[in-house]
Design a protein around this ligand. Structure first.
Ligand code: NI
Length: 253
């Protein structure tokens, strides 16, 4: 059986897990999952991801504001995030970033992202970055501040990946590499220095082939791992060992 599956980015507080969350989460260590970082998108989900991290030893939490969740932010949101990071199972600020796929005011997104970047530097916490159709502006801010960042679900080119690596960032890849039209992700997976790669699900979303459109969970990381291991000419277990070590190094676990 495979071991050392570390899921660098998931959302187990999502309503899609309401019917069987505990049964599923209790079963994952028996399927080789050694770690999960459950990401929040606002203060409400931050409480939920912390509660899950308290309940399950292998689950950790990231706290922050996602660009799609900026409507009901309290004025002292940064202070609230900073307080939550004192919890021993909170290992990062996130997820935060820019999302230009949706029609969300860009200036506000940029302001909130920039503040969370600065907070991560101030608190010396890793930062989990969401970048959807916003590479130019995301990387302008990352270049300026050089936080200790993970660009999750990386969707940029090989050239952008190389710049991210030069800046010291980590990149995580997931189910997308198994998609038929995933030429760019496959190129990135083939070229990235292995010590900078993490694996993720973004569960319940981004299920790999052959589960597209169905609910994702951390055990399904092996489908992306099989694809990437074949590209890199190493065994799936070797890839899982390397990427779990990388995740623990990035998140200081
Ligand atoms: Ni996410």
């Amino acid at each position: 059986m495979l071991s050392n599956i570390f899921d660098a980015h998931a959302h187990y507080d999502d309503g899609w897990f309401d019917d069987d969350r505990d049964k599923l989460l209790a079963s994952l260590p028996g399927q080789g999952v050694c770690g999960v970082v459950n990401n929040s998108v606002d203060l409400n989900t931050a409480k939920k991801v912390i509660a899950l991290a308290e309940k399950y030893e292998y689950i950790y939490a990231a706290v922050g504001f996602h660009p799609e969740n900026l409507d009901d932010m309290p004025e002292d949101y940064l202070q609230k995030i900073a307080e939550l990071t004192k919890h021993p199972k909170v290992v990062a600020i996130g997820e935060t970033g820019l999302d230009y796929h949706w029609d969300i005011p860009r200036e506000k997104q940029q302001r909130v992202f920039e503040k969370q970047i600065k907070l991560s530097l101030e608190l010396k916490m890793p930062l989990v970055v969401h970048d959807r159709e916003a590479h130019g502006d995301v990387f302008e801010l990352l270049r300026r501040y050089k936080p200790n960042a993970l660009v999750h679900c990386f969707s940029g080119s090989v050239e952008l990946m190389r710049e991210a690596v030069r800046l010291g960032f980590y990149i995580s890849l997931g189910g997308v590499v198994t998609f038929k039209n995933a030429r760019q992700s496959v190129e990135v997976a083939s070229e990235i220095p292995l010590e900078k790669l993490l694996l993720e699900t973004d569960a319940p979303y981004m299920s790999p082939v052959p589960f597209r459109g169905k609910r994702n969970d951390s055990s399904k990381i092996i489908y992306a791992a099989e694809k990437i291991a074949a590209l890199r000419n190493i065994t799936v277990q070797e890839l899982l060992n390397i990427t779990s070590e990388n995740a623990k190094r990035f998140y200081n676990i």
